[in-house]
Design a protein around this ligand. Structure first.
Ligand code: AOF
Ligand code: ZN
Length: 367
């Protein structure tokens, strides 16, 4: 029987409800259909909790023998925090499974589908694959690299400025665009900024969303210039704060280190690269601490280093209908820059939206 797009779309909408709560695991939704009617639905609600498939079975309103099963991600076939979902599908005598994305988790990777087929269940994969894949760029990246998926975000004027020549930046984008950024902070596990931004703006880097989850805050601060009285340090005992500094300076800066630790901050000691903390090493360190996704909020020097190191996976850009001018007005990516056009990292436009009079564009790295 031909599949019905509407059921996979429903599974996708269900999956999104887990945003911010399932990391580093994937967003997954599932729908059980009998005679064209939905008789069960579920999504992965919380890290470590039931998988979407078992949530759907738990919600059944009638017997599902011979039913169709729509799931946004290939069902797992291994024992992790949860037992294999393939087992539940087989036990419930499902006739046909429609799968959206394949699961790159080495413990699954095609084995889930194979097991279903070996048990006489029909499987159609790649159903609304692009839309399903769009749910989990962070999971796909993290499960295979063990480093965070990095999203660079900024708001700029029509002439590419992020502040006026006197440094004023409140506000460039409109309120609805700024609200969207709060959602990113809820969505991604970590948020990172350079020390320059901390000294200039004294930011909190939290989520101002009702029931929002605060990201783990990471500051790149080679020489530990972060002020003890900054809002970041002042809130470090409640909201995690990591400060990444140069390993070779840990002895000269030991007093400051102990004060920061006392305030609740964690210090990450990193090797040096071109005078700064080695960013690739930092990404590994963050990955090892379970940070699967990272919102990069500048400043320009850090943005440029991250791009040049090839560590940016996605860009989320807001363009506001204003022009600031001024040679000295700040731009989003500074640093030393490149010489040749061909050296530039290329991105693919993956989403384009109008938010009032602002443009919101999302670009992903070309692989
Ligand atoms: C989820 N939720 O709905 C599905 C997942 O340690 P576990 O048992 O939670 O297993 C995690 C793996 O299970 C995950 O990496 C992915 O490969 C697979 N599917 N995971 O957290 C779900 N369907
Ligand atoms: Zn599972």
């Amino acid at each position: 029987m031909a599949y019905d797009d509407r059921f996979m779309s429903l599974a996708i909408e269900l999956a999104k409800k887990g945003t911010g709560a399932v990391n580093p695991n994937p967003l997954v939704g599932a729908v059980i259909v009998k005679d064209g009617r939905v008789i069960g639905e579920g999504y992965h609600k919380k890290y470590g909790g039931l998988h979407a498939e078992r949530e759907a079975f738990a919600s059944l309103t009638e017997d599902c023998t011979g039913a169709e099963f729509y799931v946004t991600l290939e069902p797992c076939c291994h024992y992790g925090k949860q037992p294999p979902c393939t087992q539940a599908i087989i036990e419930h005598k499902i006739a046909h499974v429609y799968v959206g994305s394949s699961d790159p988790n080495p413990l699954v990777a095609g084995q889930g589908i194979k097991e279903l087929e070996e048990n006489g269940i029909l499987v159609t994969s790649g159903v609304k694959k692009e839309d399903c894949d769009r749910l989990n760029p962070v999971f796909f990246h993290y499960i295979t690299t063990k480093t965070p998926y990095v999203v660079m975000k900024y708001a700029m004027t029509l002439d590419g400025k992020i502040a006026t020549k006197t440094g004023k930046s409140k506000w460039i984008s409109n309120e609805a665009s700024r609200q969207r950024v709060q959602e990113f902070r809820h969505e991604l596990t970590g948020i990172m900024a350079g020390i320059g931004t901390v000294l200039a703006d004294n930011p909190l880097l939290t989520t101002r969303l009702p029931n929002g989850r605060n990201p783990i805050r990471i500051i790149c601060d080679s020489h530990l210039n972060i002020p003890l009285e900054s809002r970041l340090v002042q809130t470090a005992d409640e909201i995690p704060l990591f400060v990444a500094m140069l390993d070779k300076e840990k002895y000269i800066l030991k007093d400051k280190i102990s004060k920061l630790k006392e305030a609740g901050a964690q210090i990450l000691y990193l090797p040096e690269k071109e005078g700064h903390t080695d960013l690739a090493a930092l990404m590994k360190e963050l990955g090892a601490r379970g940070i699967d996704g990272l919102l990069l909020e500048g400043g320009g020097v850090l943005n440029e280093s991250m791009l040049r190191e090839g560590l940016v996976d996605e860009m989320r850009i807001f363009v506001a209908p204003k022009v600031f001018g001024g040679v000295s007005a700040k731009t989003p990516v500074t640093g030393c820059g490149i010489d040749e056009v061909t050296e530039a990292e290329e991105f693919t436009l993956s989403e384009l939206e109008r938010i009032g009079n602002d443009i919101y564009a999302r670009y992903v790295k070309r692989r």
